[in-house]
Design a protein around this ligand. Sequence first.
Ligand SMILES: [Zn+2]
Length: 435
Amino acid sequence: MQTNYVFLLNADKTFLNMVHPARARELQNKGKVSVFRVYPYVLILKNQVLNPLLHPCILKIDTGSKHTGFAIQSGDTILFRMELEHRGETIKSDLSKRAGFRNGRRSRNTRYRKARFDRKKPEGWLAPSIKHRLLTTETWIKRFMRYCPIETIEIEQVRFDTQKMLKPEIDGVEYQQGTLFGYEVREYLLEKWGRQCVYCGEDKIALEVEHIQPKSNGGTDRVSNLTLACHECNQQKGNQDIKDFLSGKPDLLKRILAEAKQPLKDAAAVNSTRFAIVKSAKKLCNSVKCWTGGRTKFNRCSQGLPKSHSIDAACVGESGEKIVIKTDQALIIKCKGHGNRQARRANAQGFPAVKNAKETYKHITAGDIVKVDIKKDRKNIKAGLYTARVKTPTKKGFEVLIDGFRVSVSTMKDVHFVHRNDGYGYEFQKTTICS
Ligand SMILES: [Zn+2]
């Protein structure tokens, strides 16, 4: 089991090279460093090192709608992996709930108000749920740039190469299995056919590239002859002609044949959030390189690496062609938000009712991370030392969530403070990749 490399700061808080966890432990045992931050683990030297030799690193980012993967690479090795879990869905549901309450309150027993039609969104406006994704990613880029010598940022910006893939149906682009270009075509087809089997509509399933007109029957590898099907449908169809296979479903046959000839609209390949993230990365770092998802997948599959968000990040770009992953443990960060400023929570009718008390217990606030020593076995929890996030502190104590169970703590005697609430929850994922 190999953990992430550790960030090391000079005594004046400028960054140094990341160190191996064993070296970090040695420095700590000798008393040469103090802990600067626990999540991610950052150490600070007590004595200044003059003119340190820095090895520049690459920060790699794979942005997704629910998760964003981060990886730090130095040479060919991945020293650090992290996954950021976004909370876009929570933000969206919270805001629509609030809008519902407001609409309800205002339409009840109030004078008629004229509709206001000049409510235009300013240019570059992003929905709050998406803006949060941008801002949290930006925060972590800034943090990493403070903690280690990052020279380049590499981002997966688009799903497939729009330059090469522009209207492949018309240009006669051909599919070659297993090549980098084959992966670009696959991503293109996924986007074009809506990530589902064209014959049965099954999604969340492994899809295979399928020749509409079978190759044995004179069908070509051109993109206009390709679609995606699940393994079962693909086997069932075999080398039948599509007209025979779909003889019982004339509507579906007509739709597939029409759509096959239709190139994907350019807009579908452009993802506003990813572009916004690249734009903000360019403000923070002078050297930003953008790559495609097809290349990421090609790199990952050709090296036989398992799929995870941080490994995808490690495989981004040309430098992802040959990587040595030096860490089994990705740091998993969950966006938790900072709560709200409501004095009173709304009742079912949208009126302020329940007092929204923000209490602390001996300086411990909600969201802090503490180590709790549980001395005796409890109902669902065995005795032992646990690291957990604080929930609902009151004047009498607080609760921590351990293995999904709420455990109440009412004394500071067995509690060791670890990390102040910063709007994130932290855990470690364990995968065995390194040998
Ligand atoms: Zn199917």
